[in-house]
Ligand binder design. Structure first.
Ligand SMILES: *[C@@H]1O[C@H](CO)[C@@H](O)[C@H](O)[C@H]1NC(C)=O
Ligand SMILES: *[C@@H]1O[C@H](CO)[C@@H](O)[C@H](O)[C@H]1NC(C)=O
Ligand SMILES: *[C@@H]1O[C@H](CO)[C@@H](O)[C@H](O)[C@H]1NC(C)=O
Ligand SMILES: *[C@@H]1O[C@H](CO)[C@@H](O)[C@H](O)[C@H]1NC(C)=O
Ligand SMILES: *[C@@H]1O[C@H](CO)[C@@H](O)[C@H](O)[C@H]1NC(C)=O
Ligand SMILES: *[C@@H]1O[C@H](CO)[C@@H](O)[C@H](O)[C@H]1NC(C)=O
Ligand SMILES: [Fe+2]
Length: 469
């Protein structure tokens, strides 16, 4: 622990000495620029990461997510290619000899001329907190075994570490991002995925075989720790010209969420509690205007968040409400105008988004004074406001976005077009640490970082960004 501290401080010192950044009107625009080719190439179909596990009808694309509201259930999903096979998950606690069974469901779907494999989803209920479980899927031979750790019981001072990845795709850069996340010594225990998963829709007829390759690619991490899903624009898969008129079809079949446990009426917006965090997932591409189901759900949800039990209130959405990059500029504006007053009122600690293929962190600011008769507008410093973090830099085939609005707006604290991932490390009810890791650096190096003081319990204290001092 102490050595980790020393090391983290050394890294920070180095960053200050190296001064990789130039100061603009606002915060920092990093001058770091990627050496490699900027177009990211998808890994070829015969890559190791896409390999089909050996054996007849072997389960593949295994991934897990939280299965209830508090962390005592897990949804296990997998696909069998040849026949439905078994719907059963066998599971047992690390030190128990008693094996238990849970029964799931199996689904298939068609998309243009593609027919899916047999997609299984099985909820394992009634798990103990803070326990390692092994689980097996498949029938007979081959049986595949994995494991996961349940979170500690929700409580105010429970430390917990979340990873953040967005806009991942399946390029060589995507593989680097996942590898850096796996080897990061801060060890994320649960991944908050900020949307745009496979990028299958960049292929003719949104070639759903690329959903399968993506499922096999992420298995090495997503079978062992929950990935908490939010839907991006690349999940819409709306292709009316060829008869595909149900939005989010492949995503919905493949990536279930525990939405009913938070009284949501659709899988795209929901909440979970995990350790000391209450996480709200919003759907940027589902109706969210006033009186829509999503709006009504959020209005119900926000007052229910118990900051005594879960001090950290985190919102995840795909399209950022604040971004100073030129690409996708102001696409999140309608969501911001409607929802920002509530996120400030309820003292959301941090809002994570993707969509823009780069990294950016905001100051604590709000822009909620404006109404069409007073003309007051513009972001102002606001210690009740969330920090906005754009982490759409997972590494998909569309590449990075380099063009930024100039000068850097006051609200933008740090921005850089590099691939990477984030870590949100909750220490206790007052302190959490955020670090952004770019793929070019060593696994332990942070290019940007921030100590966050909880907005509910410590609303006055200003935060110092360690890297931008
Ligand atoms: C992806 O990354 C893993 C882990 O670093 C490595 O073993 C594998 O060879 C990589 N695959 C490709 C296609 O780059
Ligand atoms: C379970 O077993 C592991 C390894 O054998 C051991 O390290 C751990 O302390 C045990 N946990 C409990 C709760 O008994
Ligand atoms: C679907 O159609 C496309 C274009 O005609 C073709 O390239 C592809 O191989 C077909 N896929 C399947 C699974 O039949
Ligand atoms: C909030 O959580 C605390 C701690 O778990 C609990 O004592 C309290 O009753 C909860 N408040 C409400 C309104 O549920
Ligand atoms: C608009 O803003 C002005 C000044 O802040 C305020 O007095 C007025 O009540 C606001 N109007 C509405 C409809 O909220
Ligand atoms: C919370 O964590 C921070 C950072 O590790 C530490 O400085 C602080 O003393 C802790 N507060 C309590 C009450 O333990
Ligand atoms: Fe996107």
């Amino acid at each position: 622990m102490f050595m980790k501290w020393v090391y983290a401080n050394l890294v920070i010192l180095l960053l200050i000495i190296l001064n990789v950044s130039e100061i603009c009107e606002g915060g920092i625009t990093s001058s770091f620029s990627r050496k490699s080719n900027d177009l990211s190439i998808d890994m070829p179909l015969d890559s190791d990461v896409f390999q089909v596990p050996p054996g007849y009808n072997a389960p593949q694309q295994v991934h897990i997510t939280q299965g209830d509201h508090i962390g005592r259930a897990v949804i296990v999903s997998w696909t069998t290619p040849d026949e439905p096979g078994s719907n059963t998950v066998t599971y047992w606690a690390e030190n128990s000899t008693e094996k238990k069974l849970a029964e799931g469901i199996v689904l298939t779907y068609k998309f243009v001329n593609y027919t899916s494999g047999y997609i299984h989803h099985c909820t394992i209920p009634g798990l103990e907190f803070d326990t390692k479980y092994y689980y097996e899927v498949g029938s007979g031979n081959p049986l595949r075994q994995f494991w996961f750790l349940t979170p500690p019981e929700p409580g105010p001072d429970v430390p917990y570490t979340f990873g953040l990845i967005g806009d991942l795709g399946q390029t060589h850069d995507s593989n680097r991002t996942v590898t850096h996340y796996e080897l990061n010594p801060m060890k994320g225990k649960t991944l908050l995925f900020v949307g745009d998963l496979s990028y299958a829709d960049n292929y003719p007829n949104n070639d759903n075989a690329r959903w399968d390759t993506w499922g096999r690619f992420i298995e090495r991490n997503a079978a062992y720790q929950p990935w908490i899903w939010s839907a991006g624009n690349h999940e819409i898969d709306f292709l009316p010209k060829v008869g595909e008129t149900i939005p989010f079809k492949p995503y919905t079949y493949r990536f279930p969420t525990p939405y009913q446990a938070s009284h949501s009426t659709a899988p795209y917006w929901y909440s979970i509690k995990r350790a000391s965090a209450h996480i709200i997932v919003m759907a940027s591409y589902s109706a969210f205007g006033k009186y829509t189901p999503q709006y009504k759900w959020l209005m119900d949800e926000l007052p229910k968040v118990n900051r005594t039990e879960t001090p950290w209130l985190v919102v995840v959405m795909h399209c950022p409400m604040y971004s100073s990059y030129v690409h996708h500029y102001m696409e999140g504006e309608t969501m911001r105008v409607l929802y920002e007053p509530y996120f400030v009122k309820y003292k959301v600690d941090v809002i994570f988004a993707g969509h823009v293929h780069a990294y950016e962190r905001s100051e604590r600011i709000s822009n909620i004074a404006y109404n069409i008769s007073n003309g007051v507008c513009g972001p102002v410093s606001d210690q009740s406001a969330p920090v906005y973090i754009t982490i759409g830099d997972g590494g998909n085939l569309e590449g990075l976005v380099y063009e930024m609005t100039q000068p850097q707006p006051e609200y933008s604290a740090y921005r850089e077009a590099s691939f990477g991932h984030g870590i949100f490390d909750i220490k206790n009810r007052s302190h959490a640490y955020f670090g952004w890791h770019r793929n070019q650096d060593g696994y332990a190096v942070e290019a940007d970082s921030l100590w966050l003081h909880n907005r509910y319990w410590h609303p006055i204290q200003e935060e110092a960004s360690v890297a931008s001092m």
